[in-house]
Design a protein around this ligand. Structure first.
Ligand code: PMV
Length: 315
C-alpha cells in the first residue's frame, strides 16, 4: 500500500493510579474526543516524521523521542523493510505530560498504522507488547495501563500482568468533567515518591495503597448497580488517599473542592499527580457545564466533558 491511517485515544485513570503499580486493580477510560491520528505515505524520499515536537528525518529525532525512534525501527525490522521510504504524520489532541497517556496513545497509533500499511492483522496482545517498547524507554517501568486504555474502544478493568478486560458502564445521565491544571505531571517522581513512602513508612503507606485497590473493587460493584453517588464518594476517598501519599498538589486539591462545591458527586486527581489533570463525576449535562466553567475560572487551562452514555455497552 502507498497510504495507511490509524488512531488511538487519550486515557483517564478513573480508579487505581499508583496502587496499580503494586498489582491492585484499576479502572481506566479511553476519551473518544481526545485522540491521536497517524497517517503514513510511502511515495516519498527518505524516512521522515512530522509531529508536534519534530519535523524531519527519523534518524535525526531528538532524544526525548527515542522511544518512538526505537519503536519505528522495531516495526521496520518486523516487516523486513528497514530501507522503506516513508513519511509518518502524527496529529495529537492529547496534551503531553498531563497524565492523559499521550506517549502510549502515540505508540499505539504508530504500531497500528504500520500494520495497516503492510496489511497484516494485529492481535491486541501483540499491539500492547510493541507499544510497550516505546513506553519502557520513555517511562522506565510502566504498569501497561496506558497502552491498554489508549488501544481500547471501551473502559478497561486492569490488573498489572494479569487482567485486562472491558468493563460495562451503564450511566446514561452522568458525565465526567476533566480539568487540566496546566502544570506538567511528574510520573517518575510521583511513582518513586510513593515507593519511598512504602519503604520508609510502611505502616502508613501500605494501608493507603491497599485501600486504593479496595476502592477500585467497590467502584466495579457500583458500576454494576449504576450507583453514581457511590462512585462520587469513592473518587473523593481516592483523592484523600492519594493526597496522603503526597502526590496531590494545592491546585489539584482546590479543583476537587471547587468541583464538589459546584455540584460534582466526587472528584480526584487522575494519573500520577504532582500536576496534570483532575476528574469529577456530575449527575447531568447542566452540572457538567457548571463544573467545567467553575474550573476554568479557577485557572484550569482546558476542560473536557466525557459523557458515560457513549460507553454504554453490554458484555
Ligand atoms: O500520569 P500518567 O498518565 O503517567 O499515569 C501514571 C499512572 C501510575 O499509576 C502512577 C503509574 C503507572 O505506570 O501506572
Amino acid at each position: 500500500k502507498e497510504k495507511a491511517k490509524a488512531k488511538s485515544y487519550a486515557k483517564i485513570i478513573w480508579f487505581g493510579e499508583h496502587s496499580v503499580v503494586y498489582e491492585k486493580p484499576a479502572i481506566a477510560l479511553p476519551l473518544y474526543n481526545v485522540d491521536v491520528h497517524t497517517s503514513i505515505t510511502t511515495n516519498t524520499n527518505g524516512q521522515t516524521i512530522e509531529c508536534r515536537y519534530f519535523d524531519g528525518p527519523v534518524n535525526e529525532m531528538t532524544d526525548n523521542l527515542k522511544g518512538i525512534r526505537v519503536l519505528i525501527h522495531e516495526l521496520l525490522t518486523i516487516f523486513n523493510a528497514l530501507d522503506l521510504n516513508f513519511h509518518l504524520k502524527i496529529e495529537s489532541k492529547i496534551p503531553s505530560e498531563r497524565g492523559m497517556g499521550s506517549s502510549a496513545a502515540t505508540a499505539v497509533a504508530i504500531v497500528r498504522v504500520f500494520f495497516n500499511l503492510f496489511d497484516v492483522p494485529l492481535s491486541r496482545d501483540r499491539l500492547l507488547k510493541l507499544a510497550d517498547i516505546e513506553e519502557k524507554i520513555t517511562h522506565g517501568n510502566p504498569s501497561g495501563l496506558d497502552t491498554a486504555t489508549a488501544s481500547s474502544e471501551t473502559p478497561v478493568w486492569f490488573i498489572r500482568n494479569r487482567v485486562n478486560h472491558q468493563i460495562a458502564i451503564n450511566l446514561p445521565r452522568p458525565s465526567l468533567v476533566i480539568a487540566d491544571s496546566g502544570i506538567k505531571g511528574k510520573t517518575g517522581e510521583a511513582v518513586s515518591m510513593v515507593h519511598d513512602r512504602l519503604v520508609d513508612q510502611p505502616e502508613l503507606a501500605t494501608p493507603l495503597i491497599d485501600q486504593l485497590g479496595q476502592i477500585a473493587d467497590k467502584a466495579r460493584l457500583a458500576l454494576r448497580s449504576s450507583d453514581e453517588a457511590l462512585l462520587g464518594k469513592l473518587m473523593t476517598q481516592s483523592q484523600s488517599n492519594l493526597a496522603q501519599l503526597g502526590v496531590s498538589t494545592k491546585t489539584l486539591d482546590l479543583f476537587c473542592k471547587i468541583a464538589v462545591q459546584h455540584g460534582a458527586l466526587g472528584a480526584k486527581l487522575t494519573g500520577s499527580g504532582l500536576g496534570g489533570c483532575m476528574i469529577s463525576i456530575v449527575e447531568n449535562q447542566i452540572d457538567a457545564q457548571k463544573v467545567a466553567t467553575a474550573l476554568r475560572q479557577a485557572g484550569a487551562t482546558q476542560t473536557w466533558i466525557q459523557s458515560f452514555k457513549n460507553y454504554k455497552f453490554s458484555i
